[in-house]
Design a protein around this ligand. Structure first.
Ligand code: AMP
Ligand code: GLY
Length: 443
């Protein structure tokens, strides 16, 4: 077998245990090439039902046993969902000529794992992003804040489980944020370096592209609603829901994003001697001065992955294999013409502390509805074989329909079928667009 031929059957190890990974596993199972599907994490009950538990612990810093196990289990493709193992270099360790890993190398994952690296790369390649400075000590960060007028955003440079970004409207808030990072060390080593950047305004969109080193294939556009409450208010979360595609990005805008952001980023990495293979996720703000980068991620977004997988038409194993072998140009895939809306049902208290172990009912009723798929995130099976909550983001209730309002109504109606103590969700996923694009009222 040459290193670019996709095996059939193909044994897959999927790493990660959230809603994103349930959606990936669901799509992998639709591939006629799938041999055995192994899972690194089978806590999530929806995911666990789709594969076998991998008996070896995943640790990017000590992957010796995992490598041996991949050999004995004849794993052909490893799919890495979360950023942690990518940043630890698991791809570099597990990849061989015949065993491919979907997900970038440790060097390439720096684009997410080190925001100072990403900023430097963008600055060198003139990629539009918020104006920013990087600091390694409290004193110079404080000096900078005291001498600037505008609202700013304070970010831990390293990985902080999506929590290391503090949007500040006043100088006092910025001082507090820098203290939390450098003095209270709330984010640990992730805030060894701190970025202070200009606060941008506009709509946020998620642009994901498959990159095989050279060929770039843009996926359909998504919008993730990060704030907890309706109308995009309240505290930031991991994501309360996402939909795809978003009419906020038309073909001309997509062209600009590709030309000004995605292509120059892949090229700039290559100039650093880094070949990017995997998904490149650009979190963008659509500002009055054009799209600007808020952050890069080196993986599929969660929950963006759920509506993307719900619409993807193609063989996911072939697509991921082609991406990791530099053959993306040879593989065909498309997206369903329907719109997908994923509404995240959460545990009461999230994103603060929340209880676990609450029984969940009604998923079958929700899934019996036309176009509805329920992806699990924070769920598990209790001893009694009862499905219970096990996280802040519990389920990603995903609906397909011909247009955005219908898909949203369908996803909300499906959520109404599902019950657990303290459950809450936003009923306005896609709402900002529904408002933004509705015709002016005539009075
Ligand atoms: P990040 O993890 O860098 O995407 O930041 C998390 C969230 O903080 C983003 O989704 C934005 O809502 C917000 N954010 C980050 N950077 C900025 C910025 N420069 N201006 C305004 N909001 C920002
Ligand atoms: N949905 C945001 C993220 O995955 O980072």
């Amino acid at each position: 077998m040459s290193d670019s031929t996709c095996p059939n059957p193909c044994n897959v190890l999927l790493i990660g245990g959230g809603g994103r990974e349930h959606a990936l596993a669901w799509k992998l199972r639709q591939s006629s090439r799938l041999g055995k599907l192994w899972l690194s994490d089978t806590t999530n009950a929806g995911l666990a039902a789709l594969g076998e538990p991998c008996p070896v612990k995943i640790d990017g810093r000590d992957a010796f046993r995992l490598t041996r196990w991949c050999e004995t289990a004849d794993i052909h493709l490893v799919v890495i969902g979360p950023e942690g193992p990518l940043a630890q270099g698991l791809t570099d360790v597990l990849q061989t000529k015949t065993r491919r890993v979907f997900g970038p190398s440790k060097a390439a994952a720096q684009i997410e794992a080190d925001k100072a690296f990403a900023k430097q790369l963008m600055r060198q390649a003139a990629i539009p992003t918020a104006e920013a400075r990087t600091f390694s000590d409290l004193e110079s960060a404080m000096h900078y804040i005291e001498n600037r007028e505008d609202p700013c955003v304070v970010k831990a440079a390293g990985l902080a489980a999506g929590k290391g970004v503090i949007v500040c409207n006043t100088r006092e808030e910025a001082i507090g944020a820098v203290n939390r990072m450098f003095v209270q060390r709330e984010f640990g080593d992730a805030a060894g370096k701190v970025i202070i950047e200009e606060k941008l305004s506009g709509q946020e969109v998620s642009i994901l592209a498959l990159v095989d080193g050279r060929t770039i294939s843009l996926l359909d556009t998504c919008q993730d609603h990060k704030q907890r409450d309706e109308g995009d208010t309240g505290p930031n979360t991991g994501g309360m829901g996402a939909y795809c595609p978003t009419p906020l990005v038309d073909a001309a805008m997509m062209n600009t994003i590709q030309r000004q952001i995605i292509v120059p980023t892949v090229d700039a990495l290559r100039r650093e001697g880094i070949e990017y293979r995997g998904v490149l996720y650009a979190g963008l703000m659509l500002t009055p001065a054009g799209p600007k980068v808020l952050e890069f991620n080196c993986r599929f977004g969660d929950p963006e992955c759920q509506p993307l997988m719900a619409r993807l038409q193609g063989d996911l194993i072939e697509i991921l294999w082609a991406t990791s072998t530099g053959k993306l140009a040879d593989v065909d895939f498309d997206f369903d013409a329907q719109v997908a809306v994923c509404v995240v049902m959460c545990s009461g208290g999230y994103p603060g502390s929340y209880p676990k172990g609450k029984p969940i009912t009604g998923i079958d009723d929700a899934e019996s509805m036309d176009g509805v798929t329920v992806f699990h995130a924070g769920t598990t099976m209790a001893n009694t074989n009862e499905l219970v909550t096990n996280g802040g983001r519990v389920l990603g209730v995903t609906a397909l329909a011909d247009d955005l309002p219908t898909a949203r109504d369908r996803a909300n109606a499906a959520c109404e079928q599902i019950h657990f103590d303290g459950a809450f969700y936003r009923k306005d996923i896609g709402g900002r667009v529904l408002v933004a694009t509705s015709p002016p009222k005539h009075v």
